[in-house]
Write a protein that binds this ligand. Structure first.
Ligand SMILES: Nc1ncnc2c1ncn2[C@@H]1O[C@H](COP(=O)(O)OP(=O)(O)O)[C@@H](O)[C@H]1O
Ligand SMILES: Nc1ccn([C@@H]2O[C@H](COP(=O)(O)OP(=O)(O)O)[C@@H](O)[C@H]2O)c(=O)n1
Length: 210
């Protein structure tokens, strides 16, 4: 079974995808990390993220980077959203995600275009969302816990800017797949969001098998 989990920044996709992976015993890929690794490489090599050829050169990043806590920082998220708008960057990361999705037994992937581009045939597709204020509150708390001094207003502005850029680009924009179900986590605890996600996947499975 392939489960696609898409949605905007800090909506709770990663939390839900990881919990679904544990529940179903499936491997999970946080595809945002790939774009964040490209962004961090652009930064390290002092390349220009707005120039497609520069961003493409950074797609050949060192695999060890994927576990680097630096990738979680706010400025890397912003840069990731700039490099990810280049079609050739997306093309360069496509096969790796498709291969992961196609492994025997299935997989769970979370990102922006899993249900629309990477795994359009996924059995279950969730579109996770929450209000920008609530997402910013969660991300601000997460960044503060890691020692960041960024203000709430700055985190909110960054989330809004990223939403606009991710939804407005022409290459694989952030959009709900026609056959995805919405899971709004605004007023759900982590546990309640995960329970709801499992229920929604089970409903889709019944439909799919039936
Ligand atoms: N339903 C929820 N209620 C409260 N906090 C949540 C909820 N879901 C996720 N979080 C927290 O919000 C932050 C962003 O969640 P995360 O799963 O990383 O989002 P995304 O992968 O969409 O960016 C994390 O600190 C996470 O622990
Ligand atoms: N499948 C994906 C995943 C991420 N991305 C880009 O990468 C950026 C960082 O993604 P992320 O999932 O790590 O971000 P958060 O939602 O965790 O804040 C996003 O803002 C997108 O621009 C994408 O274009 N496609």
């Amino acid at each position: 079974m392939i489960i696609a989990v898409d949605g905007p920044a800090a909506s709770g996709k990663g939390t839900i995808a990881r919990a679904l992976a544990r529940h179903y015993g499936l491997p999970n890929m946080d595809t945002g990390l790939l774009y964040r690794a490209v962004a961090a490489t652009v930064q390290r090599l002092a390349l220009d993220p707005t120039i497609e050829a520069d961003a493409v050169a950074a797609c050949d990043f060192d695999q060890d980077m994927l576990t680097d806590p630096l990738l979680r920082e706010d400025d890397i998220g912003q840069l990731a959203s700039i490099v990810s708008a280049h079609p050739l960057v997306r093309a360069s990361l496509l096969q790796r995600q498709r291969r992961f999705a196609a492994q025997p037994g299935g997989a769970i992937l979370d990102g922006r275009d899993i249900g629309t581009v990477i795994a359009p045939d996924a059995e279950a597709k969730l579109f996770v969302r929450a209000t920008p204020q609530i997402r910013a509150r969660r991300r601000h708390a997460e960044l503060q816990a890691r020692g960041s001094m960024l203000s709430f207003d700055r985190v909110l502005a960054d989330i809004r800017a990223r939403d606009l850029r991710d939804a407005g680009r022409s290459a694989a924009p952030l959009v709900q797949a026609a056959d995805a179900v919405i899971l709004d986590t605004s007023f759900l605890s982590v546990d309640a969001s995960v329970q709801r996600a499992i229920e929604l996947v089970e409903q889709r499975r019944v439909t799919y098998i039936g």
